[in-house]
Write a protein that binds this ligand. Sequence first.
Ligand code: ZN
Length: 191
Amino acid sequence: MSTEYPDFRLGNVLATSFTGTLSERCGNPIERIPTAQRLVDWLAVYGLAVQMCTTTQFNRARELREAIHAAATAAAIGSAPPASAIQVINDCSAAGKAAAFLTHGGKRIWKLGSTSSVEDALSVIAADAISILAGERDGKLALCASPSCQAAFFDTSQSRTRRWCDMGTCGNKEKKARFVAKRRGKARAGE
Ligand SMILES: [Zn+2]
């Protein structure tokens, strides 16, 4: 695996982890799937291994990502998702041949169609987004408190008070910024 690309941030929710592959959207954006191969790698991490990814499929994946981002952001602030975003999500959902399978251990996995195509994988991500946007799942869409991020994430904490899309990056950055500000404050007070 190449190290020249930004790391993946692996969240528990498929759809918002997918939108999180473009982070720092309101600052200096970090593209975590800059190539078709990186998308293939990312899908494999989420149990959606595909055989290959063409440029058209790669562009479609990014289109779906932005559609989910737009719809989730709208939902998080209580407005209606854009019709164009809903269209892309629905089209991607309909275009795949994935099926839910139950393992003997009682887990749900996804079996992609016979060709294991990107379309199949995207249909799983789209269906995941739909279940969140439709309010079917236990949790709440919210926006990351980091000003340079503001990513939509799915808050499944019991109190629904999670502030950051990702503790390891946005959460830590915020904590560090507060720490530095506090130290500066103290230094000034000691002058
Ligand atoms: Zn964030």
